[in-house]
Design a protein around this ligand. Structure first.
Ligand SMILES: [Zn+2]
Length: 263
């Protein structure tokens, strides 16, 4: 018998994780946070490289981890549910979006099996992305989730998290009706705003990033937080170069992203 009835007809299996609690301040999710499973680092890496899906699943249920997600998507596209959608899963950690700091309470967490940056960012499998798209479409329909609220873990935890990374196919998702996307402006030869600069252009950049939802104060100083948030934006919307420098292409793309909001 299954530990609980799955919320989606797309679920292939239920493997219950004990790591969840009541949603705080809201009863239903209105955002999706996408992750990759990554590698744990150290001596456990070998086992994770051999069986990344199996090891990730074990870890998300292991009392030592104190982490979970609502869903895990295997490399072959199989969808496993670990936590009921009505419950608050423990996937985002310290995070912020549009002023809210308890992102776990307002979101559905989806872990995608991929070893990530530590393994040189291997591409996601086609069938796996089909699974991500199908699941997200189902979540968006059932919970009425706005396109701008389909987020990367790196969007809500910039500087701390880099998943699902700059190879994640956000454009492909958007073409299938998942998430907000604009074509990135081409790279130009220009002198970008960079770490250490101060003044009105920096404050204007910070204001635009905060308007979209990123958690950063408007200090007018291109500090570490600003650099981390610019890198997070690039990882999602301007993947050709992720360096945390606000070049013309990045700023133009940010303008377009803001212009295109419909929610
Ligand atoms: Zn993550």
């Amino acid at each position: 018998m299954r530990a609980f009835e799955p919320d989606s007809r797309l679920v292939g299996d239920v493997v219950a994780s004990p790591h969840h609690g009541a949603r705080i301040g809201c009863t239903a999710p209105d955002a999706i946070v996408l992750h990759y499973t990554g590698l744990p680092g150290g001596e456990r890496d070998e086992a994770w490289r051999r069986d990344p899906g199996g090891e990730a699943l074990k870890w998300l249920c292991d009392p030592r981890s104190q982490v979970s997600a609502h869903y895990l998507i295997e490399e072959d596209g199989r969808i496993i549910q670990l936590v009921p959608e009505a419950r608050r899963a423990w996937h985002a950690g310290l995070s912020s979006w549009r002023g809210a700091t308890d992102v776990n309470s307002l979101s559905i967490g989806v872990e995608i099996v991929n070893p990530g940056h530590a393994a040189g960012l291997p591409h996601f499998h086609e069938r796996q992305i089909d699974g991500v798209i199908a699941l997200c479409r189902d979540l968006i329909t059932r919970h009425n989730i706005a396109p701008v609220r389909v987020l990367a873990h790196s969007d809500v935890s910039p500087g701390r998290k880099v998943d699902p990374g700059e190879r994640f196919p956000w454009a492909e998702l958007a073409f299938s009706g998942v998430g907000h996307w604009v074509e990135p402006a081409p790279l130009e030869d220009d002198s970008p705003l960079v770490f250490g600069e101060e003044g009105q252009p920096v404050r204007a950049l910070q204001a635009m990033l905060a308007l979209y939802g990123y958690g950063l104060p408007l200090t007018g100083v291109y500090d570490k937080t600003t650099r981390d948030v610019v890198a997070a934006f690039q990882r999602h919307f301007r993947q050709q170069r992720v360096d945390g420098a606000a070049d013309v292409s990045t700023v133009k793309t940010l303008h377009e992203v803001l212009m295109g909001i419909r929610d």
